[in-house]
Design a protein around this ligand. Structure first.
Ligand code: ADP
Ligand code: F6P
Length: 462
């Protein structure tokens, strides 16, 4: 393994792109699922680069290792840091604040200090590992201080930062006791990228308001350093989803699902991490409202909600799980018939091809987050509809709504409006559904996750 100052390109993210196998594959690493890892993997592989991140296990980190032609630089996180840095500052302060304060953010100094310490650790490992003049691409809200720390340690580096979640407006961001430190941390980058124009505008306003940065010629200038701020909407691997969707085993499985789960009814699907930003509870209440208005709808449609376990140590996530499971029980108890369940709920991860088969089996996909940086599930559903069928219901507050304009867009807080939209989706004329879907497919195929990564890398090397 090369020693110091070796890598010409480094991705820095809270998690490494691999997870440790369980059961029989204990002790081995496998690639983490998801579009981000698929998009960044070839760039890191082709550039002879490395990836710095946490393994997902607390305690001392393993030595750097190579997997899938990528050097992994594990960053240690202790058990106490996990609760103060990850559960605390990342997911108890920044996550709710940046998602429109849909839950009350907590501001604790005992969480802020470990955030600084962990960010410093990421910066130190990266600084030690980057070759002279290397490019470093830092990701997401866990590591907002890394750009400035890294610039201080290694002024020769080109540093990019991309935020995967929304950047809030002043009335929210201004509440953060450490707003100046966060902004100055981000301004250490040469390029700061956001999901939407709105996020980038919010950031520019906050930087001007709370730091010494000034805008000149479309760039932010601070302490003699120029920062390019822009929007780079993340996307999905369109071709991969599109091709997988017509694989014989996926086609077979989706028909089977339709028979077993649909039992002749249309399938309305929700696929989310079990997170309070995703609007799962309001969506279920809207379905409940639809059944209350039209009890016969129980013979026309079934709601399948897939909820991936997430951040289970954080109180709000545990409460949400309880609430969602109670709602599912209520709806099934009230509106179900013998042999006919209105809501099918799964709380687990699914293998990739099972997820694609589910996307294919659903006539209606409901993506209704209260706030979301982008929402890849919406784009993945579109990518699997190779025959232009299917109706996407999409929250106005998902970043994807800027691009997927022909989705049935909804206010995800409006139970009545959502109930009406679900009803409308169920009876949307085929021609209209095809028109809407084919337009969305043009948009997603015209801007894939590879285009996203290319455009960011071009900005970084400009
Ligand atoms: P977030 O990043 O907030 O979780 P996104 O919608 O942008 O939300 O991304 C979620 C990712 O997780 C998608 O790539 C989706 O395919 C994947 N995913 C969602 N549910 C499951 C599941 N049950 N099993 C496996 N992967 C899932
Ligand atoms: O969308 C934000 C994000 O942090 C992603 O980067 C990540 O894949 C997802 O949420 C899950 O988060 P966690 O790493 O907390 O499980």
């Amino acid at each position: 393994m090369p020693a110091k100052h070796e890598w010409p390109f480094i991705i820095v993210a809270n998690r490494l792109p691999v997870v440790r196998g369980k059961g029989k594959s204990e002790g081995t690493w496998r690639r983490s699922p998801g579009g981000l890892v698929s998009a960044l993997t070839p760039i890191v592989q082709n550039s002879g680069g490395a990836w710095a991140g946490w393994t997902g296990t607390t305690g001392p980190a393993p030595d750097p290792f190579v997997h899938d032609k990528i050097t992994h630089l594990p960053v240690p996180i202790s058990r106490t840091q996990l609760s103060s840095f990850y559960d605390g500052f990342c997911n108890g302060t920044i996550w709710p604040l940046y998602h429109g304060a849909v839950r009350e953010p907590n501001y604790h100094r005992r969480w802020w200090r470990p955030y600084v310490t962990v960010n410093r650790r990421f910066a130190e490992i990266t600084a030690k590992s980057a070759a002279p003049d290397a490019s470093v691409w830092v990701h997401d809200y866990h590591l907002q201080l890394v750009p400035a720390l890294l610039r201080e340690m290694r002024p020769d580096l080109r540093i990019g930062f991309f935020l995967h979640i929304p950047f809030p407006p002043e009335e929210l961001f201004g509440r953060l006791p450490w707003r100046r430190q966060i902004l100055e941390g981000l301004l250490g980058a040469d390029v700061v990228g956001f999901q939407t124009q709105g996020d980038a505008q919010n950031f520019l306003r906050m930087a001007k308001r709370y730091t010494e940065a000034r805008i000149e010629g479309g760039w932010l200038h601070i302490h003699g350093h120029m920062v390019d701020v822009g929007s780079f909407p993340v996307s999905t691997d369109f071709e991969h989803y599109n091709e997988m969707a017509s694989e014989p085993q996926v086609v077979k499985r989706s028909l089977q699902l339709h028979q077993q789960v649909g039992q002749g009814r249309k399938i309305i699907l929700g696929v989310d991490r079990l997170d309070y930003t995703k609007g799962i509870d309001v969506r279920l209440r809207a379905f409940q409202e639809l059944l209350a208005r039209r009890p016969d709808a129980v013979r026309e449609c079934v709601f399948v909600q897939l909820a991936v376990p997430s951040r289970g140590r954080v109180g709000e996530y545990r409460e949400l799980r309880k609430h969602v499971e109670e709602l599912v029980g209520q709806i099934n108890g009230e509106f179900g018939e013998v042999g006919l369940t209105p809501v099918q709920y799964l709380h687990r991860e699914l293998p990739f091809d099972e997820l694609i088969a589910l996307y294919r089996s659903a006539e209606v996909m409901a993506v209704t987050p209260l706030a979301d940086g982008m929402n890849l599930v919406a784009k993945e559903y579109v990518a699997t509809r190779f025959d232009d069928t299917g109706v996407l219901i999409l929250s106005e507050f998902a970043g994807a709504a800027e691009e997927l304009k022909t989705a049935l867009q909804v206010n995800p807080h409006d139970v009545d409006g959502l109930a009406e939209t679900i009803n409308m989706a169920l009876s949307l004329p085929e021609k209209e559904a095809t028109r809407r879907m084919s337009r969305m497919r043009e948009v997603v195929s015209g801007h894939t996750v590879y285009d996203w990564a290319d455009s960011f890398m071009q900005a970084l090397s400009a």
